[in-house]
Design a protein. Structure first.
Length: 183
């Protein structure tokens, strides 16, 4: 996810470089002829990364060009994505990290650190301050509590982060497979 103008410009430059690399690999007749499987793997990887960058750039453009007189709807399919919602809301509101910090009663360094770490070290109260500052309203929220399979042993931070990482990695893998199927 692109979080600021600096990352946006960097992502645009990376996209240009990936396009150039993709063009070069697609013109490499010798590699196609001698190692088609390897060529296809490299091409697919470059294409997947380029598609991901383009998607992130388009999302940033959409957020930063959104009409500030019209509410924006951001959906949350998993609580792990709450930090991204907060960052997207700040971008759509066209607020700097300093402006958000002032509105939330926090320090600019805190907001920067929170966003850099996807709010991992933010207290619940600080998250609430940010939500209130951005005037985020939850339209509908459903929480499923599977009482029949509820875990009865403690969860370590490492397990939680590992399962979150595994879940997100599985989503990224599914996205790559879909991109490769389209190619």
């Amino acid at each position: 996810m692109i979080k600021d103008e600096k990352e946006y410009k960097f992502s645009q430059q990376l996209a240009v470089e990936f396009e150039e690399s993709l063009g070069a690999i697609e013109r490499d007749e010798a590699r196609i002829k001698n190692d088609f499987d390897g060529w296809e793997l490299i091409r697919g990887s470059l294409k997947c990364q380029l598609d991901k960058l383009k998607s992130e750039i388009a999302e940033y453009d959409r957020l930063t060009s959104h009409d500030s007189d019209t509410p924006i709807v951001l959906t949350l399919d998993d609580i792990d994505y709450l930090p991204q919602i907060l960052i997207k809301a700040r971008l759509a509101a066209k607020l700097s990290q300093k402006e958000l910090a002032d509105l939330a009663g926090l320090k600019e360094e805190q907001i920067k650190r929170y966003e850099d770490n996807d709010y991992e070290d933010a207290s619940f109260l600080d998250v609430r301050f940010v939500i209130d500052a951005l005037e985020i309203q939850i339209q509908k929220g459903e929480f499923l509590v599977p009482l029949d399979t509820l875990r009865r042993t403690p969860v370590s931070k490492e397990e939680l982060l590992s399962s979150t990482h595994r879940f997100h990695s599985q989503q990224d893998q599914r996205m790559m497979e879909q991109v490769q199927l389209k190619s």
